[in-house]
Design a protein around this ligand. Sequence first.
Ligand code: FAD
Length: 499
Amino acid sequence: MTPESIKKFVIVGGGTAGWIAAATLGNIFRHSEVEIELVESDDIGVIGVGEATIPPLLTILESLGIDLVDFIKHTQASFKLGIQFDDWHTIGEGYFHPFGTLGRSIDGHDFFQCWLKSKAEGDDTPLMAHSPEAVLAQQGRFFLPFEAQGTPLASTTFALHLDAVLAGKYLRKFAEKSGVKRTEGLVESVSRSDKGLIKSVTLQSGVEIAGDFFIDCSGFKGLLIEEALETGYEDWSEFLPCNRAVTVQTENMGDTTPYTIATARAAGWTWRIPLQHRTGNGYVFCDKYCSDEEAIETLLSSIEGQPLTEPRVIPFTTGVRHKAWNQNCLALGLAQGFLEPLESTAIHLVSKSLALFVRLFPTAECDTQLSDEFNRRVRQDYEEIRDFLVLHYCTTQRDDTPFWRWCQQMELPVKLKAKLDLFKVHGGLIPGTEELFQPTSWYAVFDGMGVEPVGYNPTLDAIDYHKLKQSLHSGKTAIQTSAATQPSHDEFLRTYCPA
Ligand code: FAD
């Protein structure tokens, strides 16, 4: 007998995760009989933060057929070339983590090894002089790489800063156009079959919504995945102890930097995310070392411009659900897990999970081989990102507060320790094909945090050093020269997306 196919999806939650899920599934099933219904409660509302993204967001928009200019206009977005990290290594020092790759290989040798060789020969050119994104960011400029073919900036990679609430509204419109039904109401109870599968959710109004597959986008509490299915959550506070954030929005002071700023503070770090109409600010901190009052004071004394909102404190626990897909329920967004927004990965994890779910698409029976594979891969993604985040902390030289002293002596995740040790002796990393953070990202943080390998790859001794030096010099100069001809980010926004 052919297994029954899924005829109805019920999505609980209309935050960024819920509407990305609705837009993605709505787009896939727009010419079919499959029904998609999203339930959200206006009384509860959305978390309303989550404003910095990474480049894969653009691929999602493209796959949905969403016009970039239209999206930018409606979400008051600005462009993002990477993240400026200040005061992480020591107070007063900063570094840039760019999107994209660094330089080009020379005579088949990996670029980073060429740079290490040149450094060993006495060249003091910073690594980031070879990154188009870092150079543009330093100059506060932006342009679209596909309009710069043939220049060294053609490979520039970018993402967006966006207003999360406006993005949700935009995606809602998009999803509704492809047939997704939205129901307003508060889910009060969940009913399950004898086999334990979710059958339906019942709203406060008494309306029952049945479905074959449920997507839990209800936020931190995990209404279906946790409260109904009791899936369990793995707490990773031992590696990432920050557990609260305070946020405030401020007016845009006219300098819309094409990058996020993450500044290390006494018990965590603050973010500054510039949008067209305002700036998002927040302080991610650990309550063991800082009270809410102190955090609010730190944040308010670090912002530029008038606050537009009252400070708001958001508690969280870093970690991941034991199973992101359990029975006929898939958890996305905050219901799936949480990693602090240091590298802006949460929205990406929503769409990556959805893409994987579509590749492993189940029938109504929900074969556990599919969900097991899904859960294995999602966990791998979370661990990989977690380790990359920990790298930012554990390599600090700061010892000015108990928080940073703790970071210096923390126990590292096993894989991170192995990666760090390998880098130190080998001077390089072998890219994992499915890994989000490729070696360039790791090199940016290693370099910024003063982690140095003992040397370069010995094969570089066979290279013609004069040729290598010239190649590095001309590459760097070409980036600098091309970047200097581009408009400022604010100018670019005004012409590309006029109000
Ligand atoms: P929510 O926005 O909380 O939505 C939950 C939805 O469920 C709401 O619609 C609510 O009404 C509904 N709901 C809940 N209970 C019920 C019920 N009983 N009945 C009906 N409906 C219900 N991500 C990034 O990518 N970049 C960032 O820079 C970033 N910064 C962040 C900063 C902070 C401090 C935090 C906490 C998160 C950040 N994130 C970031 C993560 C990002 O905000 C979330 O991943 C994203 O917004 C998705 O949230 P969500 O949709 O899962 O949950």
